[in-house]
Write a protein that binds this ligand. Sequence first.
Ligand code: PMP
Length: 447
Amino acid sequence: TPDLWPHVSTPLPGPKSAELFARMDKVAAAPMQDHDEVPFVEVRKEDCLIVDVDGNVFADLVAGWGATPYGATPATVTEAVVAAQRNYGMEITDYVQNDIAIELAEKLVAIAPPGITRVMVSLSGTLAVEAGVKLAREATGRPMILVFHGQYHGEVTYLTASVSTDLAEVNSASSAYVGGLVFAPYPQQFRAPFHRGPGPYDDTLYMDFIEEWLLVHQVEPTQIAGVLIEPVLGEGGIHVPSAAFWERLTAACDRWGWKLILDEVQTGMGRCGTVFAGEHWDLRPDILLLGKGVAAGGQPIAAVMATEEVMGTTDVHGGGTFAWTPAACAGASAGIDVLTNGETLANVARIEETARRILSPLVDEVEQVGDVRMLGAFIGIEFVTDKASIKPAPEFHRVVHQECVNRGVLGVTQLGKWVYRLQPPLTMPIELFEWACETIADVIRDV
Ligand code: PMP
């Protein structure tokens, strides 16, 4: 509907949403989410808008946390999914091959960074990371993986261990290593431990920290199989490392034989303005993990990609019954066509430019805006109590988020955290995104 625009005409939650929440809360193990965070029940998407059961309309700056990269599924993608479902039904693709899966594998290899020539099926971001870790271990014969605090890699036991955002734990016993995970602070996280005040800082120091850490904990660098890293820290608050950090990290990878395992589940497939975020620093991963944005057809699918050298030396299996079903493959394949049509990435550039123009000045204007960070359509506004101490301000964040929702803008928040995240569909019309940014800026100035 061309004239559909965000508007909220009931108190939130509206009466129908409230009724559905009450029903859900009676049967759910725990509330599916804090209803204060998302105070409505979705009934459908219209392009890049979310419509709730009470008829309220919100600008979607969440995009399924990256898994609905084009807003409401584009018609070409939906048609591909439906046709595959009709023609093939279900198939265990990593057992019985089908032409759709083969075409998808070829397309993924064609868009992959130089050196990545092989692809393995996977079902979710979590399982892709799991397979990536196994690949690195098997390819090197080494037990340990270097991870970074505040990263998110999925919900399996081994990987949840890496999600702590509490910097105090970096040096604590719990971070010594958990079953072969070696922890390091992610560049700029909370702009510490090397830099606690505002202003520029030198994040090459993070490599000094890692080297010192290995010494203190008597970890031989040659015990480490690989470095598992999000090119831009997502759930942990949109931190974009410097080129200098990557230079030192990749030099350490070369020196010690660490496999570079890029978790691009969130950042890949256009989110950061290039097909893969690693392109910004010309990174050459050994292992590349994809999820969310690949699943453009709304069917669960993920991919594990690697160099000839890694895949050729291992016997790791990454599949599973529902990995790469024909419908999922068809949706992913049609989604790649949208991603590479020239217009989609041009729109991401417009989104970034708009966010910089409207949101970045808030750092100078509002005491509680500590920082505005972004790469492409991956945007974070950090709230602090004041600029001098840069202490997190989750309460300010909560109030901003709730007022934005009241005005028809849904961003990504997690109450208790202090970075408000905006990750609109890559195809969001720029007038809508501009309006959403203006609304957010007004709210932040007003609160
Ligand atoms: N890695 C990253 C960087 C993620 O952001 C996520 C999900 N938020 C995952 C892995 C796990 O993916 P999934 O939820 O598909 O299992």
